[in-house]
Structures are given as C-alpha cells and as structure tokens.
Write a protein that binds this ligand. Sequence first.
Ligand code: SF4
Ligand code: SF4
Ligand code: SF4
Length: 205
Amino acid sequence: MSGPRERSRRDLLTGWFSALRDATGAARGAPRLKPEELLRPPGALKPDEAFLAACTGCGDCIPVCPTASIISLEREDGRLLPVIDPSARPCQLCSDLPCIAACPDGALIDPGGPERVRLGIAKVEPKRCVTFRGEVCRSCYAACPYPDRAILLIGGRPLVGSGACTGCGLCEHACPEHPKAIHVIAERNLVPGLRVPRDEYDRRG
Ligand code: SF4
Ligand code: SF4
Ligand code: SF4
C-alpha cells in the first residue's frame, strides 16, 4: 500500500525525469551531458565516497531549490542522485542554502555560507573564448557573484581565481559561445587541496 509520502515521491520522480530531460538538452538537440561532468549539490560531503555513502537519493533537496537547479540522475545501477547541470540551470548560491537545510541524511553540510560553497571550479577554454581572438566579451565576468575574486579580467580576458570560485556555474550559463568557452569542472574531479583538474594533473605526470 502506498502512503501519501510514497505517492509524493513518485510524483517528484516524474518531475525529476522531465527536468533531467530538459537539463540534458534532449529537447533542444544539444549533446547529452556525461554523468561524470554533472555537479553535486552545495555542501556535498567530501570526499565523494562520503557523499555517495550518505545520500539516499531521497530527493528532499530538489523541490526546495527556487530555480530547479538540482535534478535527479538515475545511475546505471538504478540509484538516484541529485546533480546540477551548470550549463542549463546554475546554482544561484541562495543566502540561506535551503537545499542543505532540507537534507535529512547529512549528505549536504553547510560550508559556512554560500561564498564557501565549492561545487567545482570554472575553467576557461582559450580556443573557444572570443577574447583570445581580440574580441570583447564580459559575459562571464558580469555574471559572477564574486567579480575580481572568483573571476578577473586581465587584459580583457577572463581568469578564474581558484581560491574564491564556488563552481556555481553562473559564468558558464552566461557564456554565449557553443560549446561554452568557460565550464565548471566538478569538485570531485579536482585534485584535493590544489583545485586543479585531475586529468590535467595526471598528464603533467
Ligand atoms: S543554493 Fe539555492 S539555487 Fe543553489 S542548489 Fe541550493 S537551493 Fe538551488
Ligand atoms: S536531500 Fe540529502 S540524502 Fe536526499 S537526495 Fe538530497 S543530498 Fe541526497
Ligand atoms: S567564476 Fe563562475 S563558477 Fe566561479 S564563482 Fe564566478 S560565476 Fe561561479
């Protein structure tokens, strides 16, 4: 027998899958995002293994997000996980972090305010960014909640400040280029402490 709570979960699931379809761009013909590129919600436990152990996939963090930035991803093993696609719906860094407050399982922990959220780090792709071809664009800089700290303009070109970047993805969302000339690398794909992408670090040897 299904109670009201179970029914509401089922309704939520339907909504999540619709949101996921939108967010992954299936409806607008964009390439499907790879699950490993999606971000965890704000405050997700680190290392990622700790988050995966704590998150039950209940989805309580999803409906409280005012911008529907958190969606549910079904993994190959059938497990549901909350994720953020910064290109489609970036995190707005709500001052009260309601997603974290809603988590009943301790999978999301307040890092000490939105400024200390670390979803990942933004990375500029010089080959795609028009400022590296001498054109003027300030879209990412203008979108960043922490200009001149998380993102700077040096000689008209964007430079990410790794110590202050929250990984919110507002810059990625604002970038007019396709594919995006700035994108967020998920925190779990960074070298702990260094905040550089693992694959780049490995290539450096
Ligand atoms: S901080 Fe706000 S916008 Fe960001 S995921 Fe949480 S509820 Fe959504
Ligand atoms: S509320 Fe917490 S346990 Fe539930 S899906 Fe979100 S992060 Fe996972
Ligand atoms: S640089 Fe981009 S991801 Fe980082 S805080 Fe600014 S808008 Fe957010």
